[in-house]
Design a binder for this molecule. Structure first.
Ligand SMILES: *Cc1c(COP(=O)(O)O)cnc(C)c1O
Length: 388
């Protein structure tokens, strides 16, 4: 059976070149990067090179602005807790949105328990924040704005440049979770009034368990992992050399291959056209244009995403639902709910997230397989008959 992977927003397949770059650091180059002898020095050199590669992908002015972490989740935690703690004397208010990844959402919710104040901005029907609302939410106690670059569920891109301008004008730090944006969109942090930016290795065809936080020079931040003086004394712990090298190589290739994202976008639009031409009652979730090139989130009205995913899985197709299955109960996606999607559409969402391995044949396969599944499920759905 054909296997088609369309869950690249969850994780990506590591590139062959990345694995090749990493292997020596699991074998012969095992020295500690902090050791000054001949075993440690090559590890240090490799970390320095990877830092430059990541800085180049992000368009950072200086490599020292890149701090390696264990992934996107740690980078988000570090940025938010680190800034809020460092600036506690100045203020205790952080502004975020209701559609953030849980790495940001739950960090902000945890801060509330420690006396911090959090404003969760809503979004419009496309998942975009309102800049006037952001301006109104700012007070003299606000020290940080954390808003994702692009949403992982629906792909909507937020007005990052405008948010950066507003934060800068108010003298507030701006952090953005760019885990989904990096490698798919072309940008340079140094031109955007971004103070902190999170990325993750495994979302850009790199290894899992490695990520980075861009911290603009001069940004006040309290370290969250204490110990030795690793990573410019901002993040302690013996470096994950192989992981860092893998992230560096993934970053180099991501920068080189950004033009290929237009091919992925064409495939995605071809898939959307294909399924809408043979299936009725489909709703596109997310911004129609201002969206990640690889992301297609659609609701099949009156159906449950879970059953569609399971049926697709039986045909070898891996996609994901917008709604997270929490302890057996189907909770609707916090993102789709925030976008005000009607009840008949929130449950039936499916996210197809394409990647660089996908081909037109993959899309044709999905376009062929999906209509009978939807037809069958709708035939069994009492809601669908009633709704019609
Ligand atoms: C995957 C993801 C994360 C978490 O990154 P990990 O490296 O898996 O911890 C954070 N934010 C967004 C938007 C993501 O898609």
């Amino acid at each position: 059976m054909r296997r088609v992977y369309l869950d690249n927003n969850a994780t990506t397949r590591m590139r062959e070149e990345v694995l090749e770059a990493m292997l020596p650091f699991y074998k012969d180059v095992y020295g500690n990067a902090s050791s000054i002898h001949q075993f440690g020095r090559p590890a240090r050199k490799a970390i320095d090179a990877a830092r430059i590669q990541v800085a180049e992908l992000l368009g950072a002015a200086r490599p020292e602005e890149i701090i390696f972490t264990s992934g996107g989740t740690e980078s988000d935690n570090f940025a938010i807790r680190g800034v809020m703690q460092a600036l506690k004397a100045k203020g205790n208010h952080v502004i975020t949105t209701v559609i953030e990844h849980h790495a940001v959402l739950n960090t902000c919710k945890a801060l509330e328990k420690y006396g911090y104040k959090v404003t969760f901005l809503g979004v419009d029907k496309y998942g975009v924040i309102n800049l006037e609302e952001l301006k109104r939410a700012i007070s003299n106690k606000t020290t940080l704005v954390t808003i994702m670059y692009a949403n992982n569920e629906v792909g909507t891109i937020e007005p990052i440049i405008e948010i950066g301008k507003i934060a800068k004008a108010e003298g507030i730090y701006f952090h953005t979770d760019a885990v989904q944006a990096v490698g798919k969109l072309d940008f340079a942090v140094k031109d955007m009034n971004i103070d902190l930016l999170s990325i993750s290795g495994h979302k850009i065809y790199g290894p899992k368990g490695i990520g980075a936080l861009y911290i603009k020079k001069g940004t006040k931040i309290a370290p969250q992992i204490l110990g030795g003086h690793h990573e410019m004394a901002k993040r302690a712990g013996t470096e994950n050399v192989a992981g860092i090298v893998g992230l560096g190589e993934a970053a180099r290739l991501a920068k080189r291959d950004i033009p290929d994202e237009s091919r992925i976008k064409e495939l995605r639009d071809y898939l959307y056209k294909g399924i809408t031409s043979s299936i009725e009652d489909i709703h596109l979730n997310g911004h129609p244009e201002n969206r990640l090139p690889n992301t297609l989130n659609v609701s099949f009205t009156y159906l449950e995403g879970e059953s569609i995913i399971l049926n697709l899985d039986m045909e070898g197709i891996a996609a994901s639902t917008g709604s997270a299955c929490t302890s057996g109960t189907l909770e609707p996606s916090h993102v789709l709910t925030a976008m005000g999607l009607d009840a008949v559409n929130t449950q039936g969402s499916v996210r197809f997230s394409l990647g660089r391995d996908n081909t037109k044949e993959d899309m044709d396969y999905v376009i062929g397989v999906l209509p009978p599944i939807i037809k069958r499920l709708r035939a069994m759905s009492p809601l669908y008959e009633k709704g019609k």
